[in-house]
Design a protein around this ligand. Structure first.
Ligand code: SAM
Length: 202
Protein backbone atom coordinates (compact mmCIF):
# COMPACT_ATOMS: atom_id res chain seq x y z
CA UNK A 1 0.00 0.00 0.00
CA UNK A 2 1.31 3.46 -0.86
CA UNK A 3 2.11 5.48 2.30
CA UNK A 4 -0.75 7.78 3.26
CA UNK A 5 0.77 11.17 4.00
CA UNK A 6 -1.61 13.58 5.78
CA UNK A 7 -3.13 15.93 3.25
CA UNK A 8 -3.64 19.61 4.05
CA UNK A 9 -6.27 21.41 2.02
CA UNK A 10 -6.05 25.19 1.61
CA UNK A 11 -9.60 26.42 2.10
CA UNK A 12 -9.35 29.66 0.07
CA UNK A 13 -8.50 27.99 -3.25
CA UNK A 14 -11.23 25.46 -2.53
CA UNK A 15 -13.72 28.27 -1.95
CA UNK A 16 -12.58 29.93 -5.16
CA UNK A 17 -13.14 26.71 -7.06
CA UNK A 18 -9.48 26.14 -7.91
CA UNK A 19 -7.74 22.81 -7.36
CA UNK A 20 -5.69 23.04 -4.18
CA UNK A 21 -2.43 21.57 -5.38
CA UNK A 22 -1.86 19.73 -2.12
CA UNK A 23 -4.99 17.62 -2.46
CA UNK A 24 -6.35 17.54 -5.96
CA UNK A 25 -3.30 16.36 -7.73
CA UNK A 26 -2.98 12.96 -9.24
CA UNK A 27 -0.52 11.68 -6.66
CA UNK A 28 -3.17 12.17 -3.97
CA UNK A 29 -5.63 10.07 -5.98
CA UNK A 30 -3.01 7.36 -6.34
CA UNK A 31 -2.27 7.42 -2.60
CA UNK A 32 -5.96 7.13 -1.80
CA UNK A 33 -6.42 4.27 -4.29
CA UNK A 34 -3.53 2.18 -3.03
CA UNK A 35 -1.35 -0.05 -5.22
CA UNK A 36 -1.87 0.59 -8.94
CA UNK A 37 0.90 -1.28 -10.75
CA UNK A 38 -0.67 -3.97 -12.92
CA UNK A 39 -4.21 -3.22 -11.71
CA UNK A 40 -7.39 -2.96 -13.75
CA UNK A 41 -8.86 0.43 -12.88
CA UNK A 42 -11.96 2.37 -13.95
CA UNK A 43 -12.20 6.16 -14.08
CA UNK A 44 -15.67 7.61 -14.54
CA UNK A 45 -15.78 11.16 -15.94
CA UNK A 46 -12.14 11.71 -16.92
CA UNK A 47 -12.92 15.06 -18.55
CA UNK A 48 -9.70 16.31 -20.13
CA UNK A 49 -7.64 13.60 -18.46
CA UNK A 50 -6.12 15.58 -15.61
CA UNK A 51 -5.96 12.44 -13.43
CA UNK A 52 -6.10 9.88 -16.23
CA UNK A 53 -2.64 10.30 -17.68
CA UNK A 54 -0.54 10.02 -14.51
CA UNK A 55 -2.72 7.21 -13.14
CA UNK A 56 -2.35 5.26 -16.41
CA UNK A 57 1.39 5.77 -16.18
CA UNK A 58 1.48 4.34 -12.64
CA UNK A 59 -0.71 1.38 -13.63
CA UNK A 60 1.83 0.55 -16.30
CA UNK A 61 1.83 -1.90 -19.19
CA UNK A 62 0.75 -4.82 -16.99
CA UNK A 63 -2.60 -3.24 -16.16
CA UNK A 64 -5.34 -1.25 -17.82
CA UNK A 65 -7.28 1.96 -17.19
CA UNK A 66 -10.81 2.03 -18.53
CA UNK A 67 -12.16 5.55 -18.91
CA UNK A 68 -15.89 6.05 -19.14
CA UNK A 69 -17.60 9.36 -19.93
CA UNK A 70 -20.94 10.53 -21.20
CA UNK A 71 -19.15 12.96 -23.55
CA UNK A 72 -17.33 11.35 -26.48
CA UNK A 73 -15.34 14.59 -26.98
CA UNK A 74 -13.74 14.19 -23.55
CA UNK A 75 -12.80 10.59 -24.31
CA UNK A 76 -11.31 11.56 -27.68
CA UNK A 77 -9.29 14.38 -26.14
CA UNK A 78 -7.98 12.25 -23.29
CA UNK A 79 -7.14 9.38 -25.66
CA UNK A 80 -5.22 11.76 -27.94
CA UNK A 81 -3.28 13.15 -24.99
CA UNK A 82 -2.50 9.62 -23.78
CA UNK A 83 -1.20 8.56 -27.20
CA UNK A 84 0.98 11.66 -27.39
CA UNK A 85 2.57 10.53 -24.13
CA UNK A 86 3.06 6.99 -25.37
CA UNK A 87 0.43 5.49 -23.03
CA UNK A 88 -1.39 2.54 -24.59
CA UNK A 89 -3.10 0.99 -21.56
CA UNK A 90 -6.22 3.22 -21.72
CA UNK A 91 -9.53 1.93 -23.10
CA UNK A 92 -12.27 4.53 -23.65
CA UNK A 93 -16.00 3.80 -23.56
CA UNK A 94 -18.83 6.30 -23.95
CA UNK A 95 -21.98 6.02 -21.86
CA UNK A 96 -23.90 7.08 -18.79
CA UNK A 97 -22.57 6.05 -15.38
CA UNK A 98 -26.06 5.01 -14.28
CA UNK A 99 -25.56 1.87 -16.33
CA UNK A 100 -21.99 0.64 -16.70
CA UNK A 101 -21.23 -1.76 -19.59
CA UNK A 102 -18.80 -3.90 -17.58
CA UNK A 103 -19.14 -7.34 -16.05
CA UNK A 104 -19.60 -7.80 -12.30
CA UNK A 105 -16.33 -7.75 -10.32
CA UNK A 106 -14.24 -6.48 -13.26
CA UNK A 107 -12.10 -3.89 -11.50
CA UNK A 108 -9.53 -3.76 -8.73
CA UNK A 109 -10.22 -0.07 -8.19
CA UNK A 110 -12.26 2.85 -9.51
CA UNK A 111 -12.20 6.61 -9.09
CA UNK A 112 -14.13 9.71 -10.04
CA UNK A 113 -13.37 13.34 -9.27
CA UNK A 114 -15.97 16.12 -9.41
CA UNK A 115 -18.40 13.79 -11.16
CA UNK A 116 -21.16 12.36 -8.88
CA UNK A 117 -23.12 15.64 -8.65
CA UNK A 118 -23.39 15.75 -12.46
CA UNK A 119 -25.04 12.34 -12.63
CA UNK A 120 -28.83 12.60 -12.48
CA UNK A 121 -29.09 9.51 -10.25
CA UNK A 122 -26.02 9.18 -8.05
CA UNK A 123 -27.50 6.16 -6.25
CA UNK A 124 -27.70 4.15 -9.44
CA UNK A 125 -24.13 5.15 -10.35
CA UNK A 126 -22.77 4.14 -6.94
CA UNK A 127 -24.61 0.82 -7.13
CA UNK A 128 -23.11 0.23 -10.55
CA UNK A 129 -19.62 1.08 -9.28
CA UNK A 130 -20.06 -1.36 -6.39
CA UNK A 131 -21.23 -4.05 -8.81
CA UNK A 132 -18.24 -3.75 -11.15
CA UNK A 133 -15.66 -3.69 -8.33
CA UNK A 134 -14.26 -7.00 -7.17
CA UNK A 135 -14.87 -7.83 -3.49
CA UNK A 136 -12.30 -5.81 -1.57
CA UNK A 137 -12.01 -3.43 -4.54
CA UNK A 138 -11.35 0.23 -3.81
CA UNK A 139 -13.30 3.32 -4.85
CA UNK A 140 -12.08 6.91 -4.49
CA UNK A 141 -14.46 9.84 -4.91
CA UNK A 142 -12.98 13.35 -5.03
CA UNK A 143 -14.99 16.51 -4.44
CA UNK A 144 -13.91 20.16 -4.53
CA UNK A 145 -16.15 22.92 -3.16
CA UNK A 146 -16.70 25.61 -5.77
CA UNK A 147 -17.76 22.99 -8.29
CA UNK A 148 -21.46 23.79 -8.80
CA UNK A 149 -22.22 20.06 -8.46
CA UNK A 150 -20.21 19.57 -5.25
CA UNK A 151 -21.41 16.70 -3.03
CA UNK A 152 -21.03 16.96 0.75
CA UNK A 153 -19.12 14.09 2.39
CA UNK A 154 -22.05 13.12 4.63
CA UNK A 155 -24.40 12.83 1.66
CA UNK A 156 -21.83 10.78 -0.24
CA UNK A 157 -21.34 8.47 2.73
CA UNK A 158 -25.10 7.84 3.09
CA UNK A 159 -25.51 7.15 -0.59
CA UNK A 160 -22.43 4.93 -0.77
CA UNK A 161 -23.52 2.84 2.20
CA UNK A 162 -26.97 2.41 0.67
CA UNK A 163 -25.19 1.13 -2.44
CA UNK A 164 -23.48 -1.51 -0.31
CA UNK A 165 -20.08 0.21 -0.18
CA UNK A 166 -18.01 0.67 2.96
CA UNK A 167 -16.94 4.27 3.72
CA UNK A 168 -13.34 3.86 4.91
CA UNK A 169 -12.21 7.45 5.44
CA UNK A 170 -12.29 11.02 4.26
CA UNK A 171 -8.92 12.49 3.28
CA UNK A 172 -8.86 16.29 3.43
CA UNK A 173 -11.46 18.72 4.76
CA UNK A 174 -15.19 18.59 4.15
CA UNK A 175 -14.95 21.26 1.42
CA UNK A 176 -12.27 19.52 -0.60
CA UNK A 177 -11.79 15.86 0.01
CA UNK A 178 -11.17 12.40 -1.31
CA UNK A 179 -13.41 9.69 0.13
CA UNK A 180 -11.92 6.21 0.28
CA UNK A 181 -14.54 3.48 -0.04
CA UNK A 182 -14.45 -0.22 -0.70
CA UNK A 183 -16.66 -3.07 -1.75
CA UNK A 184 -16.88 -5.42 1.26
CA UNK A 185 -15.30 -8.84 0.82
CA UNK A 186 -18.45 -10.65 2.03
CA UNK A 187 -21.84 -10.65 0.35
CA UNK A 188 -22.58 -7.39 -1.46
CA UNK A 189 -26.00 -6.17 -0.37
CA UNK A 190 -27.15 -2.79 -1.65
CA UNK A 191 -30.20 -1.43 0.16
CA UNK A 192 -33.19 -1.36 -2.12
CA UNK A 193 -34.83 2.05 -1.75
CA UNK A 194 -38.46 2.36 -2.78
CA UNK A 195 -38.81 4.76 -5.69
CA UNK A 196 -40.94 7.29 -3.75
CA UNK A 197 -38.58 7.40 -0.76
CA UNK A 198 -35.63 7.70 -3.10
CA UNK A 199 -37.15 10.66 -4.93
CA UNK A 200 -38.03 12.44 -1.64
CA UNK A 201 -34.43 12.19 -0.43
CA UNK A 202 -32.99 13.91 -3.51
C1 SAM B 1 -16.39 18.38 -13.85
S1 SAM B 1 -15.84 17.19 -15.02
C2 SAM B 1 -14.55 16.40 -14.09
C3 SAM B 1 -13.43 15.95 -14.97
C4 SAM B 1 -12.23 15.32 -14.26
N1 SAM B 1 -12.63 14.23 -13.41
C5 SAM B 1 -11.48 16.36 -13.46
O1 SAM B 1 -11.66 16.43 -12.24
O2 SAM B 1 -10.76 17.14 -14.09
C6 SAM B 1 -17.14 15.98 -14.98
C7 SAM B 1 -16.97 14.86 -16.01
O3 SAM B 1 -17.99 13.88 -15.75
C8 SAM B 1 -18.61 13.52 -16.96
N2 SAM B 1 -19.99 13.07 -16.68
C9 SAM B 1 -21.03 13.83 -16.28
N3 SAM B 1 -22.14 13.09 -16.12
C10 SAM B 1 -21.80 11.82 -16.45
C11 SAM B 1 -22.53 10.59 -16.51
N4 SAM B 1 -23.83 10.52 -16.21
N5 SAM B 1 -21.86 9.47 -16.88
C12 SAM B 1 -20.54 9.53 -17.20
N6 SAM B 1 -19.81 10.66 -17.16
C13 SAM B 1 -20.42 11.80 -16.79
C14 SAM B 1 -18.55 14.79 -17.80
O4 SAM B 1 -18.74 14.53 -19.16
C15 SAM B 1 -17.16 15.31 -17.44
O5 SAM B 1 -16.17 14.74 -18.26
Amino acid sequence: MVAQAPVRVPVLPALLGRRPASLHHARAVAEALGPLAGARVLEVGPGTGYYTLPVADWIGAGGRLDIFDVQQDMLDLTTRRARARGLDNIVATQGDARSLPYDDRSFDAAFLVSVPGEIPDQDDALRELARVLRPGGRLVVGELFGDPHWVAPGALQRRAETAGLRFEERIGRPLAYFARLSRPTGAWTPTIVADDDERRER
